[in-house]
Design a protein around this ligand. Structure first.
Ligand code: SPQ
Length: 427
C-alpha cells in the first residue's frame, strides 16, 4: 500500500468555539448495554468514529437491530439473554474497548464466538481479561487475537485487580451479570466508571463502595435514552493548542467532566493554564461543562500515582504541553502507555526527538525538559489516532514544515479532527 504523507498547515493563533464529538467510552457502552436491555435505547451525541462503528457492527452480527441516522442511534434491545450466535468472526478493528468488553459479555453466552481485530489489536494483550475471566470458569482460547470464546456457565469471584483498567473492570462486571453468585471486584486505583453509572441506571444488581464493586446475577436491564457528552480525551487536543499558541482563546462546548476522566484539567491547571470551566450541568447521569482556554505561560510538573488512570489517554498531548513549559516535567507510573494502540512511551519519545525535543523515555513514563527550540519533522503516527493529533498540535510550534505519515487514523476517535482544527485558524 502506498502511504501518502500529510502536511500539517501552520496556524498563528487559534480562536473560536468548537463542540468535540461524543465520548468514545460512553458511546461503546451505550450500544453494548442497550443491546442486552429490554426496550429501545435512543442515543444522541454518539461518536461515529471507526471504533464505535466496529461495536455496532459486532452487535448487528449477534442479531441486534441498530438504526443509524444523522443525529441518532437507535438500539432495539433484546434483553439480557437476547444475543444470538454470530454467523461469522466478530471484527473489532482498532478497538481495545470493543475486544475486551466483548470477552466479558460473551464468555457466559450459550454459544461460541470468534473475535479478531486489526494488526494493532492483534498485538495488544488480552490475557488481562481472559485470565481473571477464567477464574470465573470462562474458557477463552489465546491471549492475543484471534480469540475463541467457548460460552459456558460461570461463577462469581472475589477479585483484586492487578492493573488500573476500566476495560478489565467492565469485562468482569459484564460477566458477573450472568454468573452464579456474587462477584466482588477490588480496584487498585479508580478507573473511569461509565459502566457502573450506566448499568446502575439500567437496573443492574451493582453496588459501588469506594474501590469495591459488587455485582450479582441480573435478569433484566431496562433501556434508558442516553445523551453522550463530548469526549474530554478529544477536547484535550484543543486545550493544549489554546495554551501553547500565542493570542489564542478557544471555547469547547459540552465536554464530559466525569471526575474519573478530568486528570488533564488538574494537571494543566497545576502547570499554570488559564482554564475556565462554566455552564456545569449533567447529561444522563454524567457531569458536563463548557471550557474556555487561553494562551498561557506554562511551567513543569510531576505526574504520577492515582491521577494516571484519570488521564492515561491524554498523556501524549500532555507531553506536548510539557515541551512548552519552563523546567523539567516527569511522567511516572504510566507503564500502561506501552499497551495502547502503539507503545505510546516509545512513540512519543522517538517522534518528539525528531524535532529536537529534550525527552527521555523511562520504564514507566518519560522526562521532558521544556522550552527547547523545535524544528518541523516528518512524523510517524504508528496508525495511532492520539499520536497523530498530538503531533499535529506540536507541529504548530515547531519551526518549518511538518508532515504526518498518516492522517486517516484520526477516524478512530475524531473523524472531523482536521476540519475542526483549521476552523480555529486565525491567519
Ligand atoms: O479502546 P482502546 O483502543 O483501548 O482506546 C483507548 C484510547 O486511547 O482511545 C486506549 F488506547 O482508550 C481506552 C482507555 O485507555 C478506553 C477505555 C474504556 O473505554 O474503557 C479505557 C482505557 O483503557 P484501560 O486499558 O485503561 O482500561
Amino acid at each position: 500500500m502506498i502511504k501518502i504523507s500529510y502536511e500539517i498547515k501552520k496556524m498563528r493563533s487559534a480562536n473560536g468555539e468548537i463542540t468535540v464529538p461524543g465520548d468514545k467510552s460512553i458511546s461503546h457502552r451505550a450500544v453494548m448495554f442497550g443491546a442486552i436491555a429490554d426496550g429501545v435505547t435512543h442515543i444522541t451525541g454518539f461518536l461515529k468514529g471507526a471504533d464505535c462503528l466496529s461495536t455496532i457492527d459486532c452487535f448487528r452480527k449477534m442479531g441486534i437491530e441498530i438504526d443509524v441516522t444523522e443525529d441518532m442511534i437507535t438500539v432495539h434491545g433484546k434483553g439480557i439473554n437476547g444475543l444470538s450466535k454470530p454467523s461469522e468472526m466478530l471484527y473489532t478493528g482498532n478497538s481495545g474497548t470493543t475486544t475486551r468488553l466483548l470477552c466479558g459479555l460473551l464468555c457466559a453466552q450459550p454459544f461460541d464466538t470468534d473475535i479478531t481485530g486489526d494488526s494493532s489489536i492483534c498485538r495488544r494483550p488480552m490475557g488481562r481479561v481472559t485470565k481473571p475471566l477464567s477464574l470465573m470458569g470462562a474458557n477463552i482460547e489465546n491471549e492475543y487475537c484471534p480469540l475463541h470464546i467457548h460460552g459456558k456457565e460461570i461463577t462469581g469471584i472475589d477479585y483484586k485487580m492487578t492493573v488500573a483498567s476500566a476495560q478489565v473492570k467492565t469485562a468482569l462486571i459484564l460477566a458477573a451479570l450472568y454468573a452464579n453468585g456474587d462477584t466482588v471486584i477490588h480496584e487498585t486505583e479508580k478507573s473511569r466508571d461509565h459502566t457502573e453509572l450506566m448499568l446502575g441506571a439500567m437496573g443492574a444488581n451493582i453496588k459501588v463502595r469506594g474501590l469495591d464493586i459488587t455485582v450479582s446475577k441480573t435478569d433484566k436491564l431496562t433501556a434508558q435514552d442516553i445523551d453522550v457528552p463530548g469526549d474530554i480525551s478529544s477536547a484535550a487536543f484543543f486545550l493544549v493548542l489554546g495554551l501553547i499558541l500565542p493570542n489564542s482563546e478557544i471555547v469547547i462546548r459540552n465536554v464530559g467532566m466525569n471526575p474519573t476522566r478530568t486528570g488533564i484539567i488538574d494537571v494543566l491547571k497545576d502547570m499554570g493554564a488559564d482554564l475556565e470551566i462554566f455552564n456545569e450541568r449533567t447529561a444522563t447521569g454524567e457531569p458536563v461543562a463548557d471550557i474556555r482556554v487561553r494562551s498561557s505561560k506554562l511551567h513543569s510538573t510531576k505526574i504520577c500515582g492515582e491521577i494516571i488512570p484519570r488521564l492515561i489517554d491524554e498523556l501524549p498531548v500532555i507531553a506536548t504541553a510539557a515541551l512548552f513549559a519552563d523546567g523539567t516535567t516527569v511522567i511516572a507510573d504510566a507503564q500502561e502507555l506501552k499497551v495502547k494502540e502503539t507503545d505510546r512511551i516509545k512513540a512519543v519519545c522517538d517522534e518528539f526527538k525528531k524535532c529536537g525535543a529534550d525527552i527521555t523515555p523511562t520504564a514507566d513514563g518519560m522526562i521532558i525538559v521544556g522550552n527547547k527550540p523545535l524544528c518541523g519533522a516528518d512524523f510517524e503516527t504508528y496508525g495511532d489516532h492520539r499520536m497523530a493529533m498530538s503531533l499535529a498540535i506540536l507541529a504548530q510550534r515547531a519551526e518549518g514544515k511538518s508532515t504526518l505519515s498518516d492522517s486517516k487514523c484520526v477516524d478512530v476517535s475524531y473523524p472531523k479532527f482536521f476540519e475542526d482544527f483549521y476552523e480555529l485558524n486565525d491567519v
